[in-house]
Design a protein around this ligand. Structure first.
Ligand SMILES: Nc1ncnc2c1ncn2[C@@H]1O[C@H](COP(=O)(O)OP(=O)(O)OP(=O)(O)O)[C@@H](O)[C@H]1O
Ligand SMILES: [Mg+2]
Length: 361
């Protein structure tokens, strides 16, 4: 039996005057998942989260929780925890009292309250700090208090809006691991907003990519990375080399198109009929050669080395290809690869397996 989604966002739209911040976004959120909303600044992530939380009303569409319409249900009647970018702790209260607050306003008795606060502070690793004020904690510790406070009343869902973005890199990575652990331990559904791609790839069971108020793609991190369904997703998440194709045709099981002198092949997709199809390939699937490589099962293009950036473990190469108007391809090679010692202007060949070639519209 297919499980009913915990929360269904159905064609959610939000307009501010004539400006459309969200355009018919539909997402089914499954019980227990770690769903990340990822997208550039202004793409509608916070707006969508606020609508889930009930802090904003959608202009169009419907929200259903376990099949019930909750579109107009006020925030305080939704059992959702919320963690914002700023920690928003009560500065005059101890850590313990901050975490106890949501239980107090729900009338939970003292003994039970103390038990749950202690448990939650242990979960986030702050048991020893319970008597301190927020100002006596580090940024990362404060954010953990905010997470404990949002989880202590056992919400049906935890909504987090860029909770780690104010932290430095090390602390952020530490808290990412912590969030994953808490999610595993508690099992609550997490809806997490970020514009950090690596954070999204590392944490999520699914990623929803937002672009200009629309849902560009929603899927597992693996599928989003390996099978982006459009150019925006392909370029937004990770590095991608793009080859504009012309004169599309089919040859056996492959789609073919011209790129300068070369004929490039890919698995056919709906983009075969697009007016300006692109062949996309991740740099890590490309190989660089100093003599003509075999084209058996591979696409091959000629290129000229135009840039070289040493980055410690690898060297990032910029490679200009024969066709006009295409930005240079980028490719990282191991720092002791032969190509890392080539001079600017050197003629090389790039090859990659046909099955690693994606055809995009
Ligand atoms: N109250 C408002 N009035 C008018 N426009 C708004 C309002 N709130 C948000 N917007 C606009 O809606 C769009 C989406 O905003 P939102 O805050 O959801 O973006 P975001 O994806 O969270 O961006 P960021 O990554 O910068 O936080 C933006 O263009 C924003 O300017
Ligand atoms: Mg935002």
């Amino acid at each position: 039996m297919v499980q009913q989604p915990q929360l269904r966002a159905i064609e959610i739209g939000k307009s501010y005057g004539s400006f459309c911040a969200l355009d018919s976004v539909s997402i089914d959120i499954q019980q227990g998942e770690f769903l990340t909303l990822l997208g550039p600044s202004g793409s509608g992530k916070t707006t969508f989260l606020m609508i889930l939380a009930g802090f904003q009303n959608p202009s169009h569409g419907r929200l259903e929780e376990q099949g019930q319409d909750i579109t107009r249900r006020p925030a305080e009647q939704r059992n959702f925890g919320m963690v914002f970018q700023g920690y928003a702790l009560f500065p005059h209260m101890s850590i313990e009292d901050n975490v106890a607050f949501p239980l107090k306003i729900r009338g939970v008795k003292t003994e039970e309250r103390n038990r749950r606060v202690r448990h939650m502070l242990d979960v986030v690793g702050l048991g020893e700090h319970r008597g301190k004020r927020p100002s006596e904690l580090s940024g990362g510790q404060q954010q953990r208090v905010a997470i404990a406070r949002a989880l202590v009343f056992e919400p049906d869902m935890l909504l987090l809006d860029e909770p780690l973005s104010a932290l430095d890199k090390n602390l952020r990575e530490q808290l990412q691991a912590e969030l994953q652990r808490i999610h595993r331990q508690i099992g609550t559904t997490f809806v997490f907003v970020t514009h950090d791609q690596n954070e999204a790839l590392a944490l999520s069971t699914r990623i929803a990519i937002f672009n200009r108020g629309q849902l560009a793609q929603i899927d597992t991190p693996h599928t989003i990375y390996n099978q982006p369904s459009n150019r925006f997703v392909a370029e937004f998440l990770g590095k991608m080399n793009l080859f504009p194709l012309s004169q599309m045709s089919r040859s056996g099981t492959h789609a073919c198109g011209r790129y300068g002198e070369a004929e490039l092949r890919a698995e056919p997709s709906l983009a075969l009929d697009a007016s300006a199809p692109l062949l996309a390939v991740r740099p890590e699937h490309m190989q660089l050669h100093t003599s003509v490589p075999s084209a058996e099962g591979h696409n091959v293009v000629q290129a000229v080395l135009t840039a070289k950036t040493y980055q410690g473990s690898c060297t990032e190469l910029g490679l200009s290809t024969s066709a006009d108007g295409t930005p240079p391809m980028s490719l990282a090679v191991h720092a002791d690869h032969l190509a890392a010692r080539l001079e600017h202007g050197a003629h090389v060949w790039l090859s990659w397996p046909i099955e690693k070639s994606l055809l995009l519209a």
